[in-house]
Design a binder for this molecule. Structure first.
Ligand code: PBG
Length: 325
């Protein structure tokens, strides 16, 4: 029998001891709440695959943002669902489009108190549901898509966005957006790059919420293969070089190794997106009696933070902020 002098359990004996040596804390200030805002609806609508998440009108968006703010949330990311879609996603850069109006509405209501982030992509705006412009042969036209991203970025900045978040995984998207913002006089607008965005099945419920499932094929010609950690690192470092201000890993929980390595490799803030399928899995499992939802929610977020995330985008933001008091 051995008697090691080191006995880690000594420090777990009482709550006060455990609190003293706790390495990771969660705070509402690092959470970002995603909101969906839909054009042409009279009242907000529930998303069946994401209990507690809604497609908002401009008015209900403002109410929801006020509720989030009152719980301590200080940042929101907006996804727009336009009334009309076309091949190039024209509505995404309409100065009077649904997201642009949503940004101005939140900026009027909150000013500098709330960080307003815009997802910058085409899939909610194109009739084919892809994140880019499609060539005659059915493939994505990377550089034509960058032209659209430039226009979208400028329209979102003009509406008052603090941060734009290019999520389409086109090559060169961060430098294209940075250059477009700078030359339009928006050098203060930051870029949160979806740098390591994997072609994940976990986006399923989001595609209901944002009405953006691709009509043909999938996104594996632009999003990362879930098998590839080194490639994720290459993408992240490229985005840093191109001028990203925040690097994001998405999804979060299946990809904590990526969160940890990106954190090691950069001095930029690292964000992780706990996506729709992660949210739905926890909510529906708890509904079936598998576990207590508030505990599972807080554990999931704590572990994403422990892996290295400085910022967490999560549909649990408001509930978590409430639970954290
Ligand atoms: C693309 C985008 C997607 C998500 C965020 N931005 C969908 C996709 O790539 O298919 C998914 C977020 C989630 O699942 O919660 N605009």
């Amino acid at each position: 029998m051995t008697f090691p002098s080191e006995r880690p359990r000594r420090l777990r004996r009482t709550k006060a001891l455990r609190d003293l040596v706790r390495e990771t804390d969660l705070s509402p200030r690092e959470l970002v709440v995603p909101f969906f805002v839909k054009e042409g609806i009279a009242d907000f609508e529930a998303v069946p695959t994401m209990p507690g998440v809604f497609q908002h009108t401009l008015a209900s968006l403002e109410e929801a943002a006020k509720e989030a703010f009152s719980c301590g949330i200080r940042a929101a990311i907006l996804f727009g669902i336009p009334e009309s879609k076309d091949a190039v996603g024209s509505e995404a850069s309409n100065p009077n489009g649904i997201v642009q109006r949503a940004v101005s509405r939140l900026k009027d209501a909150f000013g500098e108190e709330l960080v307003v982030i815009c997802d910058l992509c085409l899939d909610e705006y194109t009739e084919h549901g892809h994140c880019g412009v499609i060539k005659a042969d059915g493939n994505i036209d990377n550089d034509a898509t960058l032209e659209r991203y430039r226009e979208i970025a400028v329209s979102q900045a003009a509406a008052g966005a603090d941060i734009v978040a290019p999520s389409g995984m086109m090559d060169g998207q961060v430098s294209a957006v940075r250059e477009a913002l700078d030359s339009a006089g928006y050098s203060d607008v930051a870029i949160m790059a979806y740098s390591s965005k994997f072609a994940s099945t976990l986006y399923g419920p989001f595609r209901d919420a944002a009405e953006c499932a691709p009509r043909f094929g999938d996104r594996s010609s632009y999003q990362l293969d879930p098998a590839n950690a080194r490639e994720a690192m290459r993408e992240s470092l490229l985005d840093e070089e191109e001028g990203a201000d925040i690097l994001m890993v998405k999804p979060a929980s299946f990809y904590l190794d990526i969160v940890a390595s990106v954190k090691q490799a950069t001095t930029l803030p690292v964000a992780a997106y706990q996506v729709s399928g992660e949210y739905a899995s926890l909510v529906f499992a708890a509904e079936r009696g598998c576990f207590d939802l508030p505990s599972a929610m807080l554990e999931s977020l704590l572990c994403i933070k422990r892996a290295g995330a400085d910022v967490i985008l999560t549909y649990f933001a408001v509930d978590a902020a409430r639970a954290l008091g």
